[in-house]
Design a protein around this ligand. Structure first.
Ligand code: BG6
Ligand code: MG
Length: 214
């Protein structure tokens, strides 16, 4: 019996996964690294610095920690510029209704994101008050596929992991949810998310009644 839904943010609630991709692609272009949507799958759900490391690895580039900090900061500046254009209407279709339907059913809601910008994004979308807990990249030591972010979210809302379901668009996020002992709904293409208990194309395709079949 599911008692809580834990949502990833980027790519699940809003299309900020696209903003991350565009900002990384811009940096990759400056570094002369070829970087497409395919390689980008590896960056989803992982921390900013780990994402940079993957891009540098793709380009066979080694750099000092100081230089890496500069590149990561530059990427984040571009990302935040995109984020600051967000409006409440940019939430994916059907997500607001799903969150409200779940609340009516007394299901606890948590947000669990590897992003240090998560609070900023949910404030701009006007949905911060809908969540009983928000865990973001500033509160964890290990990002997905480590289960830390989801276990902390479950702890904050006081629900045992076995009664939680996670909504995730990243392969690393699905792995993290399973490692936490939670159910998982994958959002996106089945191929990347085949370990999830169920896959929907977009989060809004999931109905609150579907919790019973998990
Ligand atoms: C995750 C994204 O939600 O947050 C990753 O899927 C991103 O692509 C990570 O790298 C960290 O985000 P930020 O905003 O802290 O750089
Ligand atoms: Mg995501």
């Amino acid at each position: 019996m599911i008692q809580a839904c834990i949502f990833d943010l980027d790519g699940v609630i809003v299309d900020t996964a696209r903003f991350h991709f565009l900002a990384w692609q811009r940096l990759a272009r400056e570094l002369g690294v070829s970087f497409s949507e395919k390689e980008n799958e590896r960056l989803k759900g992982v921390s900013r610095m780990q994402s940079l490391e993957i891009i540098l690895e793709l380009g066979g580039i080694s750099a000092s920690d100081e230089q890496k900090e500069k590149w990561a900061t530059q990427k984040n500046q571009w990302f935040v510029e995109y984020v600051d254009t967000l409006l409440p209407k940019d939430i994916f279709p059907g997500v607001h209704k799903l969150l409200e339907d779940l609340k009516i059913k007394k299901i606890k809601l948590a947000l669990a994101s590897s992003s240090k910008n998560a609070q900023r994004v949910i404030k701009l979308l006007g949905i911060a008050s809908l969540f009983d807990a928000v865990v973001d990249g500033t509160m964890i030591k290990k990002s997905k596929p480590d289960p830390e972010v989801f276990l902390l979210a479950a702890q904050r809302i006081g629900v045992d992991p076995s009664y939680c379901v996670v909504f995730e668009d990243a392969e690393a996020g699905v792995e993290a949810a399973l490692a936490a002992g939670m159910k998982c709904v994958g959002v996106g293409q089945v191929t990347a998310l085949r370990k999830a208990h169920r896959v929907v194309v977009t989060t809004g395709d999931f109905r609150s009644e579907d919790l019973e079949g998990l």
